[in-house]
Design a protein around this ligand. Structure first.
Ligand SMILES: NC(=O)c1ccc[n+]([C@@H]2O[C@H](COP(=O)([O-])OP(=O)(O)OC[C@H]3O[C@@H](n4cnc5c(N)ncnc54)[C@H](O)[C@@H]3O)[C@@H](O)[C@H]2O)c1
Length: 323
């Protein structure tokens, strides 16, 4: 198939593009490089530099590529920033996404895979989080993704656009060639590994008094190669569907730090800070539905294997993509 990948120069998109090419698909990447990196795009993919907020640019790109399906990774994804500037999130994650859907409908492209997030669930009162869990986001980022999920339903009803919304939990790890280099890094594993590399003095632990065994927050880390595999399987889905995507395992902040020390062989200095508002104690996915319906299962179940792949990439790319 020919897949148009928006945000294919970003962290998760770059690995999906690599895996799509490896499984024999043809890929066109559409990215404005606001957050992504030119050198994160596999040489086998065609890169179109453009902004989804420019309706004519995405319309021309879809008309020219005539893809069989679209994978939509492009978005802004910083929770804290979304609380300061909700407009940016609704414009880029909702309005720009509608430009993309319209370009697809205009060109008869009716298969869509969407990067949604566990942030659509807010502060769930039951664990693990399955597809029946109420979606009550607590920040504009999560709300923007939930609004887009709802929009997708209507593009299916009205235009027959079939979509798969994959709600990722915490994406982590790297492939051989592509890894995590966000311009503003808020994710725990790369930030801890930067301390191991001597690029940061310490890592903050936000909250040590949560009702968890070691007092720190617990998250469900999923390897990006497993995420990429779910996207490739979703291409076969004839029906629209929404899936939660995690391993079902939980790792605390302290456990991640200990794992990074083990894997890197370096001590990590930590600074214990107060809780951040809006951080749930635990977020763990129930992924039975995606396992049953798409035949997906995570290959990376151990946090050591996930962190090892990230460490290998950071050691080989100490300055990330260098741009
Ligand atoms: N990283 C995670 O743990 C995680 C968890 C849940 C969901 N997600 C979702 O997965 C997707 C990818 O996340 P990521 O970590 O790879 O982010 P990223 O910032 O690395 O990648 C996003 C890419 O989209 C591009 N982009 C943004 N706005 C654009 C626009 N208007 N036009 C064209 N290109 C644009 C950026 O340049 C970047 O290359 C996002 O939609 C995010 O919300 C990520």
């Amino acid at each position: 198939m020919h897949i148009l990948v928006t945000g294919g120069a970003g962290y998760i998109g770059s690995v999906c593009v690599e895996q799509l090419l490896q499984t024999g698909h043809k890929v066109t990447v559409f990215d404005n490089l606001s957050e992504g990196h030119r050198s994160a795009v596999s040489p086998g993919a065609q890169l179109v530099i453009g902004d989804l907020q420019d309706r004519s640019a995405i319309s021309a790109a879809v008309a020219h590529a005539k893809p069989d399906a679209v994978m939509h990774f492009a978005a802004n994804a910083l929770v804290g920033e979304s609380m300061l500037n909700p407009s940016k999130y609704f414009r880029n994650n909702v309005a720009a996404g509608v430009n993309l859907l319209d370009a697809m409908v205009e060109n008869g492209v009716l298969k869509f895979i969407f990067s949604s997030t566990c942030a659509t669930f807010g502060l769930p009162d039951q664990l693990p989080i399955d597809e029946q869990t109420p979606q009550l986001p607590i920040n504009p980022y999560g709300e923007s993704k939930l609004i887009f999920e709802k929009i997708l339903r209507w593009y299916d009803e009205v235009h027959g656009l079939k979509f798969v919304a994959l709600r990722y939990f915490n994406a982590a790890g790297a492939s051989e060639c592509f890894g995590e280099d966000h311009r503003i890094e808020t994710h725990l594993i790369p930030n801890v590994l930067k301390v191991a590399l001597g690029q940061k003095s310490h890592v903050d632990i936000f909250g040590t008094d949560y009702p968890t065994p070691d007092g720190t927050c617990i998250r469900d880390y999923i390897h990006i190669l497993d995420l990429a595999q779910a996207h490739i399987l979703a291409l076969n889905s004839a029906q629209s569907a929404r899936y939660n995507l995690g391993t079902g395992g939980g790792t605390s902040v302290r456990e991640i730090i200990a794992c990074c020390e083990r894997v890197s062989g370096k001590p990590i200095r930590v600074v214990e800070s107060p809780r951040r508002p809006g951080d749930p104690a635990r977020l763990i996915a129930a992924s039975a539905k995606v396992q049953r319906e798409l035949g997906w299962s995570p290959r990376f179940q151990s946090i050591d294997a996930i962190v090892q792949s990230a460490w290998n990439w950071h050691v080989r790319h100490p300055n990330g993509y260098g741009d």
